[in-house]
Design a protein around this ligand. Structure first.
Ligand code: AKG
Length: 300
């Protein structure tokens, strides 16, 4: 059990956390708020307020050829999902990652953040050990030190695991500030997720279209879901091998393009997964924090 988890901070008048909160203008009940802390976190991450995280256990099952999908409409009721949206948006560190691909600089068209550790390793306090030898992993195994899943996302992960019967070790979170933010057609079929990976994807906040298209069969009709606050889709079985999914831009359309947080749960089977997720979702740029309605880049 990692030592970061749900550490109760007695926030005294001089504490760093309080100074940070005050600097960022976030008002919290400093007597009751607890935080997850870890040397890899840029600031303490607030745990969830006490919430009845009661989730729906009756999804629509969509099986069509090689498509195997669960659609929870909704997974969390509206008020719970709204609380989760605000909490995650204001509590998590966010990144706007730039990376090189085929000689071009790509600006990720949304904010992202990621936490987790692949199944070849385990936490021992703040240290990362090999799951097999129980010895510290080689210092060059991870390009960046892995970041444990903070309490607020751990609670959600457990809820999703309970409902789906799946086990996840990574939580990757996207923030779409408006209709210009998007994710292009892709599938999460990387070798580091193993064969037939399962990815659960929870929507909080504004509604956005989630579009699915078969990779090769032009005669197979696509799927389109208007994902609303509290909805969840679970892609599993042969879906990732055969289908692409995307959240297209929605600029100048009548559809609501209010801000949306998307929380995805995955299971990485090796260190390549940890490195890939960190590279593309944290990167090497500044950390951002959502303060008083806008995203602010914080100097390190
Ligand atoms: O925002 C979404 O609903 C999809 C996110 C996604 O496809 C991803 O993170 O790989």
């Amino acid at each position: 059990m990692a030592m970061y988890a749900r550490k109760k901070q007695k926030v005294s008048a001089q504490s760093e956390a309080q100074v940070e909160e005050a600097k960022l203008g976030t008002v919290r009940d400093i007597e009751t708020q607890t935080y997850s802390t870890h040397p890899t976190y840029p600031f303490p991450i607030a745990n969830l307020p006490s919430l009845q995280l009661t989730a729906s256990s009756t999804p629509r099952v969509i099986k069509k050829g090689d498509l195997d999908l669960l659609y929870y409409h909704p997974f969390f009721k509206d008020s719970t999902a709204k609380t989760l949206y605000t909490h995650l948006l204001e509590s998590l560190p966010w990144y706007k990652v730039m990376y090189l691909a085929r000689g071009m600089t790509i600006n990720t068209p949304r904010y992202t953040t990621v936490f987790g550790l692949d199944e070849t390793a385990i936490w021992d306090g703040d240290r990362v050990l090999s799951a097999i030898s129980k010895q510290p992993v080689p210092s060059n195994l991870y390009q960046k030190p892995p970041r444990p899943i903070p309490g607020c996302l751990q609670e959600l992960k457990e809820c999703v695991e309970h409902a789906t019967g799946e086990r996840f070790n990574f939580v990757l979170v996207n923030f779409y500030a408006d209709g210009t933010h998007s994710i292009s057609p892709h599938s999460d079929d990387e070798s580091f997720l193993g064969p037939n990976p399962c990815v659960a994807s929870l929507s909080l906040g504004g509604s956005r279209d989630f579009i699915m298209k078969h990779k090769t069969k032009k005669d197979v009709s696509g799927e389109k879901f208007l994902l609303q606050n509290g909805d969840m889709v679970v892609m599993r079985g042969t879906t990732m091998a055969n289908w692409l999914h995307s959240v297209p831009k929605r600029v100048g359309k009548t559809q609501s393009t209010s801000a949306r947080v998307n929380v995805t749960f995955r299971r990485a089977i090796n260190a390549k997964g940890s490195n890939n997720y960190s590279h593309f979702n944290v990167g090497s740029g500044p950390v951002h924090r959502f303060v008083q309605g806008s995203m602010v880049a914080m100097s390190e």
